[in-house]
Design a protein around this ligand. Structure first.
Ligand code: IMP
Length: 423
């Protein structure tokens, strides 16, 4: 069984933990897009692991983890992450493979990310500053440097020089800041080679061979549907394909090999960075949910913006990803709410509609139309069976399923591995 798991909102849906659960039935776990802008949190026996590049499957013995060709890799971050995992007693050896076609993040990408954002001022995207956008820009403009290039010294030198000639001119002339030295970067990146060499692979071949042998693959999406470069709230998006389609190109596996697509949604909504957010809370409720849900970015520590569950948004996600199932996380965060709102449509002036608008201007003007439900006012963190949830919680979940058109398969009520159950 080959499964793609995606975020259905703006990322941070709690995918790390669900991936960790589903890994039990998988042989391979694959990241296919994004980079260290992601932060997947998994708690095992009170030990917290935050993974930025390495697939969450690494926490399980005997699973092969792959960083696919669609991922952008910052070697320094990756090497540090591997070191950190080993320190915590996790084996990272032949069980971690990295596509040699993955593009490399360089210091000039990170710098470009920062100066572009600074120049945009109020109109900034609110990126994570990890160089993700500029690295994907180079990939699309065909001047990017892939891991395979790092291992061909003549090619690496030539490409790095070409890139630096161009980027340094931009830094100096357009952004009035200093560029980078070829020698420094060349030396720094050469040092990474021995650490990375044994992990390199042809991702598409490894996966297709595994599928032919009847192995199960779990594709671990990062970010979320509304941060997808094509289908998200452009331009307030990341630069990769965070929808299910990204798994196909980002790992080199054909669409007919995918058996199931699972979406993860929080029981409410969050977003980090700029961009429209129709169901965003007012300040009092924001503070309450942010504190209870520990809504601070796993990568940047930035406070996340929080709001009510938006069924219009998730319904759109169900369609975009052909979701077979929906997982609801962090239900417990709503335990103390007297009433709970679900957004069932939008209004612009006197016009009402229930489809997600593609025009960002229209989305910014949308006022949510809410349905209100009574809360359950009961602790859910110790519940271990779906049918034991409070009646009003069951009603809430059933309404979400009805409005989004997706069957709910797992509900999570806390950060620990054990605090989740099948429906
Ligand atoms: P970038 O991916 O760093 O270019 O950031 C672009 C947008 O995506 C910003 O709004 C970020 O806050 C958001 N973003 C990127 N990665 C994540 C993530 O893993 N979770 C939530 N938001 C993210």
């Amino acid at each position: 069984m080959n499964i793609v798991l995606v975020g259905t909102q703006w990322g941070d849906e709690g995918k790390g933990k669900i991936i960790d659960m589903l890994t039990q039935d998988a042989d391979y776990v694959v990241r296919y897009q994004g980079g260290n802008n992601a932060g997947h949190t998994v708690v095992v026996d009170d030990k917290q692991f935050i993974l930025h590049l390495v697939p969450s499957g690494i926490l399980h013995k005997d699973k092969i983890c792959i960083i696919g060709n669609g991922v952008v890799v910052d070697p320094e971050v990756l090497i540090e992450e591997i070191k950190g995992l080993r320190k915590k007693g996790i084996t990272v050896d032949g069980n971690l493979l990295i596509s040699d076609q993955a593009h490399i993040i360089f210091p000039y990408h990170k710098m470009m990310d920062k100066v572009r954002e600074a120049k945009k001022g109020k109109g900034k995207i609110g990126t994570t500053g990890r160089g993700i956008g500029p690295c994907y820009t180079d990939k699309a403009s065909r001047c990017g440097i892939r891991l395979a290039d790092l291992f061909n010294d003549a090619v690496f030198r030539e490409k790095l020089k070409e890139n630096l000639d161009e980027k340094n001119a931009i830094f100096e002339k357009l952004y009035c800041c200093e560029g980078f030295s070829f020698d420094e970067i060349y030396r720094q990146y050469r040092k990474y080679k021995p650490r990375l060499k044994k992990h390199l692979c042809n991702c598409s071949k490894v996966l297709n061979d595994a599928i032919a042998e009847g192995k199960s693959i779990l594709f671990e999406g990062a970010q979320g549907t509304f941060l997808d470069i094509d289908h998200g709230t452009y331009p307030y998006v990341t630069s990769s394909s965070a929808t299910a389609g990204g798994a196909i190109t980002g790992a080199g596996v054909g669409p007919r090999k995918i058996n199931k697509v699972i979406g993860v949604a929080k029981a409410y909504t969050t977003r980090v960075g700029e961009g429209p957010f129709p169901t965003e809370f007012s300040s009092r409720m924001m503070e309450k949910i942010r504190t209870k849900g520990k809504e601070f970015g796993a990568t940047t520590g930035r406070p996340r913006r929080c709001g009510w569950f938006d069924a219009v948004l998730v319904k759109h996600s169900v369609r975009l990803n052909s979701l077979d199932e929906l997982v609801i996380t962090k239900l417990d965060v709503l335990d103390e709410c007297k009433t709970i709102k679900i957004c069932v449509g939008y209004k612009i002036g006197s016009r009402s509609f229930t489809d997600f608008p593609s025009d960002i201007g229209a989305l910014s003007r949308c006022k949510p139309v809410y349905e209100e439900m009574p809360g359950w006012n009961e602790e859910t963190v110790r519940i271990t069976k779906y049918e034991n949830l409070p009646k009003n919680a069951l009603r809430y979940l059933s309404r979400i399923s009805e409005l989004t058109g997706a069957a709910i398969s797992i509900v999570s009520v806390g950060s620990d591995r054990k605090q989740a159950f099948k429906v």
